[in-house]
Write a protein that binds this ligand. Sequence first.
Ligand code: RIB
Ligand code: CA
Length: 282
Amino acid sequence: MSIEHRIIIDTDPGQDDAVAILLALASPEIEVLGIVAVAGNVPLHHTEKNVRKILELAGRTDVKAFAGASRPLLRPLVTAEYVHGKTGLDGPDLPEPEMALQVQDGVDFIIETLRREPSGSVTLCPLGPLTNIALALIRAPDIAPRIRQIVLMGGGCFEGGNVTPAAEFNIYVDPHAAATVFQSGVPITVMPLDMTHKALTTRARVERFRTAGTPVMSAVAAWIDYFERFDEHKYGTDGGPLHDPTVIAWLIKPELFQGRDCNVEIETMSELTMGMTVIGGA
Ligand code: RIB
Ligand code: CA
């Protein structure tokens, strides 16, 4: 199968980020050019280490891991250890990573890659706060027309928010970065809570993961056991939403999804609705 998507993953692992990364690495249609960590679910020193843990678990230390921003553009960092645990990857006990973190700044890696690769050939897949993507666009406005597309998990339309009644976590943590990205003119496909709340990890599915009998699938089942307890309690569902893998699933099987063109604006003025994705034409 030929490579259809050459992507950079920007991520704040996060158990669901981890599943998204594993899915991308296992998909022959996708070439992962690099993975950049951002502060979000947990601070950057955990998210960058988690990227390396995931790559080692997958046996893919050929993929380079970078560290990007340690805090949002303007607001103080808000994290979610209450969902993801202290390390951000609570569940299975994975060894400390041995592979090196790249010395190059992750935002510089994004800029350099987009300037080097053929224009329109690279897709950005943000799975956390959009700080790194916004910094790249601010530092190097010339890259915007060179980006093939941005496919991101974030926001909510009729579903409202999950960190406040109005805002989804990724957008809430760095609303100013999100506003910069949504105003960039780059083609953007969004996986909002309205969609991810339909991608539930039911008990039956998780048991199939667990009985697959491989170290990767055992880790995935243990991550989901840990991560989904919060949403199962909050929403009273059989299983919780596995948000971030929907970004990769859309790339490899877009026919599973339906959507429409909308205008998206980000609330950055009111504390009450900070980070709300205000969607016109929905
Ligand atoms: O709101 C869900 C998003 O916030 C997911 O990306 C999850 O990993 C957290 O970052
Ligand atoms: Ca995430």
